[in-house]
Ligand binder design. Structure first.
Ligand code: HEM
Length: 303
């Protein structure tokens, strides 16, 4: 099975994110439209080889059964919303998620226009955001984002379902974060580094015993009962305008469990009151759970 290229795509310069809700009664038409999407991804990748285009479409957990009543990925579940005092990560379900990535903005514009035409009168656009690489792949907090991501062939091992009817697919979680830049900039560099458990300019990980229990990298480095690392592949990119900045956080994984456990560890205080202090400086405004099937699976549903 061939995964959609956007799931394991290497970092590049630009991204465009779209989310849609399917219009009442339009499920069969959307199913047919989505069957054409892998061919569109291939056409754009081949038509503009210098752009390194990759695409991804994923279907929301609540929309799945209406769109594909015959089969459902076994672990597809609602977004694991969080609420602990003032710390909130809401669930905001959307039916369809599209991630288009390229090194050329004009090619992304073509991709977006083609998707809009494909879904015209079938689905309503609910979310639109452009992401871009900031400096050497840094988040707007100034720290390199993605360093500890799985590399090479390991990306596919982490991100893709290995066997069964949904082999080559991926569980996708998306959150739109808005940063409080003024609050963040009031911190000293040392305090910012403690928030992540990494140094800022050189991007070096703290020794484990020096990492605060509130550090973002401490709260998200988790092991399962057998001592294996619970990994995800992050495809996040910063977004920004004159007035506002943030991150479109994207996790791709062969199970939703790893993201769910990480989010829990970030938001819920442990017995000693520790939670992820990065969450004091950014607010999750959306949270949606999707599944991105393989190219062949999507194409077969159109037959
Ligand atoms: C690591 C930024 C949200 C999971 C990191 C790093 C940065 C970062 C700068 C360190 C370098 C790296 O390894 O990539 C952010 C920002 C977020 C955010 C700005 C939101 C505004 C999340 C969420 C999750 C997550 C929601 C999962 C639920 C991870 C993981 C690591 C990481 C697994 C690697 C930890 C390690 O093994 O050291 N993040 N992150 N992050 N983040 Fe996030």
């Amino acid at each position: 099975m061939t995964a959609q290229a956007g799931v394991c795509a290497e970092p590049n310069l630009h991204a465009y994110y779209l989310m849609f809700d399917i219009l009442p009664g339009c499920q069969p038409a959307v199913r047919a439209a989505l069957a054409e999407v892998p061919a569109l991804w291939r056409e754009l990748a081949q038509g503009y080889p210098d752009a390194h285009f990759s695409g991804l479409v994923a279907v929301g957990d609540r929309a799945w059964d209406g769109l594909y009543p015959r089969a459902r990925p076994s672990e597809l579940a609602p977004f694991p919303a969080q609420q602990e005092g003032k710390r909130v990560a809401p669930e905001t379900p959307f039916d369809l998620f599209f991630q288009s990535r390229a090194d050329r903005l004009d090619v992304l514009h073509i991709a977006v226009q083609r998707l809009m035409a494909l879904l015209a009168d079938k689905a309503e656009l609910k979310y639109e955001r452009q992401g871009f690489r900031y400096l050497d792949s840094r988040d707007f907090t100034g720290f390199v984002d993605g360093t500890e991501n799985p590399q090479g062939e390991h990306r596919a091992e982490v991100a893709l379902v290995a066997e069964g009817p949904f082999a080559g697919g991926s569980y996708v979680h998306v959150q739109h974060y808005r940063h409080n830049m003024a609050k963040w900039q009031r911190l000293s560099v040392q305090s910012q580094e403690d928030v992540y458990g990494r140094t800022k300019v050189e991007n070096i990980e703290y020794d484990s015993d020096k990492k605060p229990l509130t550090a973002h990298t401490k709260r998200t480095s988790l092991k399962d009962g057998a001592g294996n690392s619970m990994e995800i592949l992050r495809q996040s990119m910063p977004w920004g305008s004159a007035a506002e900045q943030g991150l479109v956080f994207i996790s791709c994984c062969n199970t939703p469990l790893h993201f769910t456990r990480m989010l829990d560890s970030m938001f819920q205080a442990d017995g000693a009151g520790h939670f992820d202090h990065l969450m004091l400086f950014t607010q999750a405004e959306t949270g949606s759970a999707f599944f991105a099937p393989s190219q062949e699976w999507l194409e077969r549903q159109g037959e």
